[in-house]
Design a protein around this ligand. Sequence first.
Ligand code: GCU
Length: 432
Amino acid sequence: MYRAARLVLCVCALLAERDAACFAQGVRAEAWPDPLVLADGRLVQTASAFEQDRRPEILRMFEENVYGKTPSGTLPLRVLRSSVEPNALQGHARRIQVTLAVGPRGERTWHLLLYLPRQEQQPVPVFIGLNFEGNQTVDPDPGIDLNPVWVADPALNGLHLAKELSRHVRVVPGQKTRGAAASQWQIEKIVARGYGVATMYAGEIEPDFIGGIGYGIRPLFFSGTQSLPLANDWGAIGAWAWGMSRIADVLSRDPQVDQHKLIAFGFSRFGKTALWAVAQDARFVAVVSSESGQAGATLSRRRHGESIDHLLIAFPYWFCRNYQHYLGRVEDLPVDGHLLLSLVAPRPLYVASAIDDPFSDPEGEFLAARAVSPVYALYGKSGISDRFMPALDHPIGSVVSYHVRPGGHDVTAYDWEQYLNFADRIFGNPVR
Ligand code: GCU
């Protein structure tokens, strides 16, 4: 038994060594698209060459093959209502709720929730992230409006369907759902540390189920008689990322928000979304991606944890139709997780994993964060040089940071502690 366990450990160590070595030695292995080698084989050696040639090339490959292209046009965004509670969270925060009409005829209604620390005299940095099940879930604060959300049709109870494949209905959430995701948001902690947090229910941008497209913003961009997305049109992740940028637009009108300190945050599918938002919008000065996994921070080619095939079958609407070409052919994808991370450079990047979340492939996330180091080096910034994954609860890195904690797929108080330390570090605040 003991010998078998040692053998398994030994094989794991060898595999990890092989993966690490692949990046450590800068092996120009065909299998791993190199962030510093252009499609025509030329090596990128300067930050300006990266920005002029390689970065646009990588961005285009993600647009064409994974997330689809974000439309160049925009949609009217009108504030319908705005309410302010100056003494929210036991007097520690200002709570601002903004109702927006989106689209030429106000076809969609969005609800933005923003908390800002009350004591701060200066404009503050703000984390911007989407939530899964409504604004009321991010904190038990009874003042958060209960706006409609989409839920799997209760009439289908007992039918074993993945939630996203099920029929959905729009309901006003019950009081019981208040604060249901509070531990993943840690609003009080964020505010106490001098940061703001802005969030919106992703389902208002596009509901997260097959067929949700009809109720989201994508059709508002269709041209003429178009009724379906083209092969390289954006998917739901693209739409959600676009929505994050619109939140930044709204915040740009608030003098209490420091426009130079907007941090994108996202967990899981919204971790993928946050990375894609930051790749496209330079106003985000940093990003925190929590267990974004496959089609996020991790490396698809490793074939650990979730496969792209699973994504393609379970969540086809998250991506552009072209992504389907890679079903069973991950090795033909021209991009991978570390290239997505390279689109964040040279901005600060935090990748976080959980050891009991093998589906998101924690080691793949670590290797991708490591593999992006040569891009940061072009800008004179240090990436991650550690050869192996750090021990649990031992955050590493600085401009590029990484940690893996015990536990499963979640965002915890420990995670937020690290994200806030990271933010303090990048904004030069005293370390607490
Ligand atoms: C599914 C999906 C993952 C995703 C996760 C989430 O499990 O397969 O890719 O990250 O949902 O968003 O929680």
